[in-house]
Design a protein around this ligand. Sequence first.
Ligand SMILES: NC(=O)c1ccc[n+]([C@@H]2O[C@H](COP(=O)([O-])OP(=O)(O)OC[C@H]3O[C@@H](n4cnc5c(N)ncnc54)[C@H](OP(=O)(O)O)[C@@H]3O)[C@@H](O)[C@H]2O)c1
Length: 248
Amino acid sequence: MSRLNGKAALVTGASRGIGRATALALANDGALVIVHYSSAAAEALAVVDEIVRAGGKATAVGADLGTADGAHVLAAKVREIVGNRLDVLVANAGVSNAAPIEDLSVEDFDKLFAINVRAPFFLVQQLLPVLGDGSSVVLLSSLAARAAVGTIYAYAATKGAIDTLVKHFASALGSRGIRVNAVAPGIVATDMSAFTKTDAGQQFALGIQSLKRVAHPTDIAPVIAFLASDDSRWVTGDTIHVDGGSKL
Ligand SMILES: NC(=O)c1ccc[n+]([C@@H]2O[C@H](COP(=O)([O-])OP(=O)(O)OC[C@H]3O[C@@H](n4cnc5c(N)ncnc54)[C@H](OP(=O)(O)O)[C@@H]3O)[C@@H](O)[C@H]2O)c1
């Protein structure tokens, strides 16, 4: 497929999990992919290598999105690479933290909001000058934004904020031809949902899903690639649930 030929895409948190699968999918569609990572440089370079060996184009860029200027630093690096045009921004990097209400610290709460909400907000802000007509922004929401699953209260609130942001961003940026959407996965077998490696964890996932298998990052990436492409040209301000029919 070549629906992203000649386009440039940034995928944050692309060293592992859903971000990695998304980087591979966008590159397979023809995009030059900027593979962002925080600390896992070797893993990010392996993703770049896999893309290049398959005949695609990619480069890796590191930045800690938990710092106050992390999004600004990353945006500056991205603009050095792409020049005056970025076509696709997938703000995927995220962290989770399961803890009873009584146990979550202020530091943990702030870290969740810094990486999951502040960073996507300021990435969009800092990349606006190079996002133009036909650009697509995809943010990562979660099943947790609409349903009580586990003890991930503050994490769930960060994803609720994402669902709100996409509507406001889409409304503000539509006149510039920029679409903004979110994808809300359910439970996906990644490092973040490492409990899916246990029998009990798998049973928990199957128990809340209509479809009876554990999801993999490759179940999510094609939907992000669809939102990145012109095939979704009339979709904006929406959150697409990609969760095998969880908590119906
Ligand atoms: N897995 C699920 O069940 C699930 C469900 C719903 C929504 N989601 C959402 O989907 C997205 C991807 O999740 P995942 O499961 O693929 O996660 P993951 O496998 O744990 O990977 C997280 C990614 O985020 C990056 N990251 C972590 N802390 C960062 C920081 N301070 N600065 C910059 N990047 C940082 C990591 O980079 P390094 O490798 O360099 O550390 C990594 O690439 C997240 O937004 C998550 O909330 C996941």
